[in-house]
Design a protein around this ligand. Structure first.
Ligand code: AMP
Length: 384
């Protein structure tokens, strides 16, 4: 695992230019940890075991290298698929197909994916299968389609089992065994599961050969150790208020979050202009610049780091005293992630949010999700 995964770029993972362009179109700024590990391994045709949940970025972690591989293949004119993704539910089948299409639409070699699942009539699905490269399927419906000769998996090159624990918990073990018996011996196997219960372990033993094992950890955050404050302040006065807080409080290590790369750059420039040493940390900065900014910050030579949300997840800075939400994140989950940079390892930290009138409804949603109400301090009469 690289030292700080969030400082990597997609371009460092072995993907070609068209795929990188597709990633850019999808607005993915930098790869998530699971993607950093899985993408190169899958490109090298290794088997992969991912212990990861929804939200980790697991779907793109296997879809991107699979799309890359397919770029080299001749267009499929038959009913034999190259890639099979087995999923437990119709919902996941639809989600995976969405991710495939999001990227595939931008690629020069058209990739056809089809999602099939039970509970709806089989005929329309049969009609759509011709020329499919990636088949996303629930186990029962897949076997039905195979028995009707609508599709073949005997020449497949990559098998993915997504949410394997759920597939087994839904009682699909026999179906999975039957599907495995129909596959060619030489193939790549990729398995994702949120848990490692006995039945999953058995399947892994049977299926995977010397897999690369990737584990993603849901970070433990202790909101009780974090003291939270919110200031009601207009958008124009956010900058002056932040400078006031930093200078008056003599803050020497503060991580500030903005909602966009542009906002991060603007704020950084303004702070510097006012004599507060700051640097921006985001995906548009070169690898070198990001590593250097983080190093300076960690060593205490730089007091303010202005970051976009992606930086909030992987940064491991011990005992960070202050986190400021210059702008609120879109999701309550990201808010928790942001403030989780402080109050770690049993040290106390302070999270400060700058809330404008327009932010108020969204701030309410965040607090509700967090099940915590934070006092909103008026700033109208404050002198800064
Ligand atoms: P998943 O765990 O695959 O369900 O993905 C969770 C969410 O993260 C989805 O909404 C993805 O679109 C999003 N996502 C995955 N990878 C990235 C990335 N590198 N940058 C930004 N968003 C991502």
């Amino acid at each position: 695992m690289p030292q700080n995964p969030y400082l990597m770029n997609f371009s460092e993972l072995g993907l070609s230019t068209p795929i990188l362009q597709a990633i850019k179109q999808a607005n993915y700024e930098s790869p998530y940890p699971i993607q950093i590990e899985a993408i190169p391994a899958i490109l090298q045709k290794r088997d992969v075991l991912g212990l990861a949940q929804t939200g980790s970025g697991k779907t793109a972690a296997y879809i991107l290298p699979i799309l890359e591989e397919l770029q080299q293949k001749a267009v499929n004119k038959g009913r034999s698929v190259s890639v099979l993704v087995i999923v437990p539910t119709r919902e996941l089948a639809a989600q995976v197909e969405e991710v495939i299409n999001m990227f595939a639409n931008f690629l020069p070699r058209k990739v056809k994916s089809t999602a099939v699942f039970g509970g709806v009539s089989i005929n329309p699905q049969m009609m759509k299968l011709h020329g499919t490269d990636i088949l996303v399927a629930t186990p029962g419906r897949l076997l039905d389609l195979i028995s009707k000769n609508a599709i073949s998996i005997s020449e497949l090159s990559t098998l993915v089992l997504d949410e394997a624990d759920k597939i087994l918990n839904l009682g699909f073990k026999e179906e999975v065994d039957e599907i495995l018996s129909l596959l060619p011996k030489r193939r790549q196997n990729i398995l994702f599961s949120a848990t490692m219960e006995e039945s999953v372990a058995q399947l892994i033993d049977k299926l995977l050969k010397k897999p690369l094992k990737i584990e993603t950890h849901i970070e433990e955050i202790t909101p009780d150790l974090i003291s939270q404050t919110a200031y009601l302040v207009s958008q124009e006065r956010k900058g002056p208020l932040l400078r006031h807080l930093i200078q008056k409080g003599k803050w020497h290590q503060v991580l500030v979050f903005t909602s966009s790369i542009r906002a991060a750059d603007n704020l950084t420039a303004k702070l510097n202009k006012n004599g507060i040493q700051a640097r921006a940390l985001h995906g548009d900065k070169s690898q070198g610049a990001r590593t250097e900014a983080l190093k300076q910050f960690k060593e205490g030579n730089l007091s303010v780091l202005v970051a976009t949300d992606l930086a909030s997840r992987g940064l491991d800075i011990q005992a960070l005293p202050y986190v400021v939400n210059f702008e609120l994140p879109r999701s309550p989950k990201d808010y928790i992630h942001r403030i989780g940079r402080t109050g770690r390892a049993r040290t106390e930290g302070e999270a400060i949010s700058l809330i404008s009138e327009e932010d108020k409804p969204h701030w309410k949603v965040i607090q509700k999700k967090m099940k915590r109400w934070v006092e909103l301090v008026e700033t109208e009469n404050m002198d800064f």
